[in-house]
Design a binder for this molecule. Structure first.
Ligand SMILES: [Zn+2]
Length: 333
């Protein structure tokens, strides 16, 4: 497949498949890719951008340049994160239909209310060993709370195996839990094309965090990577940054990254027992901050979540265990 690029406005990346790069101001992610496939009775849009005016202007502007009638738009949300789902309500108000994985829709019900979401964040943070007063401040600044709408429109649920066809493409929904518990990718076997959401990203590593009610997010994620490897995609179109022209090479890199992270966490636990937060503070992070206490609240939050997912994985592998309240972790000798 020939990949095309252009400078601004919607770019035709593949024949009949366009990208609108929706800016994410003040986010290290920089932008989100909204993928548009016009043609046929329905138009398919994959992911939306955050609920903020800069995102709305660019997304609606791009759809307008492409001549999209919003009442014919099917908006497929790969997962609930605010940068992917935030404009669902804005599009639904204009007549679009919102599609989302069934498990993700259940999460949206559980977390969709901002007050409930903040309470879940705080309770989880307490188990990481973060002081409650810090958590209440961190929850207020959490981008998932600041840039999501107050409510979501009704969604049409999608199950793995469901088919979404648009233009010259025929996608099947594929369950890829890990980054979120109900994350779905779209797979076009004829084109060997994967719309990968945040499951596989090119030059950044998808955040893998722990989720309430999920025993082993990282294990789920690694199994989902293996599933995609067996599909053997020739091209992945991710939620952020550039198309991935060698997805299998990228999958191998992501697996090595998490192996190295597991080894790092295990080595840190030699000083244990430690809380999740204490483990996170000793891990290496690719962030411009002098030291752990200089991390912005939200980044501390993400770091603890990532540490927790690696600790959960070590526990499942029989290499670490925790006890106490808040739990303190140690290696199993
Ligand atoms: Zn995400």
């Amino acid at each position: 497949m020939a990949i095309r690029t252009s400078s601004d406005g919607p770019e035709e990346i593949l024949s009949g498949l366009f990208r609108i790069q929706v800016p994410l101001p003040r986010s290290p992610l920089r932008s989100i890719n909204a993928w548009v496939i016009p043609g046929g009775d329905r138009v398919l849009l994959v992911d939306t951008g955050m609920f903020r005016p800069e995102c709305e202007t660019v997304l609606l502007g791009g759809l307008s340049v492409l001549g999209i009638d919003l009442t014919r738009l099917d908006v497929f949300i790969t997962h609930i994160h605010a940068d992917h789902s935030g404009l669902a309500g804005v599009l639904a108000e204009r007549g679009a239909r919102i599609l989302m994985g069934r498990r993700e829709a259940v999460l949206l019900d559980a977390f969709g209310d901002k007050k409930r979401f903040a309470a879940v964040l705080v309770e989880q943070g307490v188990t990481y060993g973060i002081p409650r007063q810090d958590l209440e401040r961190a929850a207020r600044g959490h981008p998932g709370l600041r840039y999501s709408p107050d409510g979501y429109p009704p969604v049409t649920t999608v199950d793995p195996g469901d088919v979404l066809a648009a233009g010259g493409y025929r996608f099947e929904a594929v369950a890829t839990p890990g980054h979120t518990p109900g994350h779905l990718c779209l797979w076009d076997a004829g084109h060997r094309l994967l719309m990968s959401g945040d499951h596989i990203l090119g030059d950044i590593t998808p955040n893998i965090t722990s989720w309430p009610g999920v025993a082993d997010s990282l294990g789920d994620y690694l199994r989902s990577l293996d599933l995609v490897r067996r599909l053997d995609p020739a091209l992945a179109l991710p939620g952020h940054r550039s198309p991935i022209t060698e997805p299998l090479v990228r999958i191998a890199e992501l697996e090595r990254h998490h192996e190295a992270r597991l080894a790092e966490v295990e080595a840190i636990l030699a000083d244990g027992p430690l809380t999740v937060c204490e483990v996170a503070s000793r891990m290496t992070w690719d962030i411009r901050a002098e030291n752990w206490s200089a991390f912005p609240d939200a980044q501390k939050w993400f770091a603890c979540g990532e540490a927790a997912s690696h600790l959960d994985r070590l526990a499942v592998l029989g290499r670490a265990r925790s006890a106490g309240d808040p739990p303190r972790w140690e290696v199993i000798p």
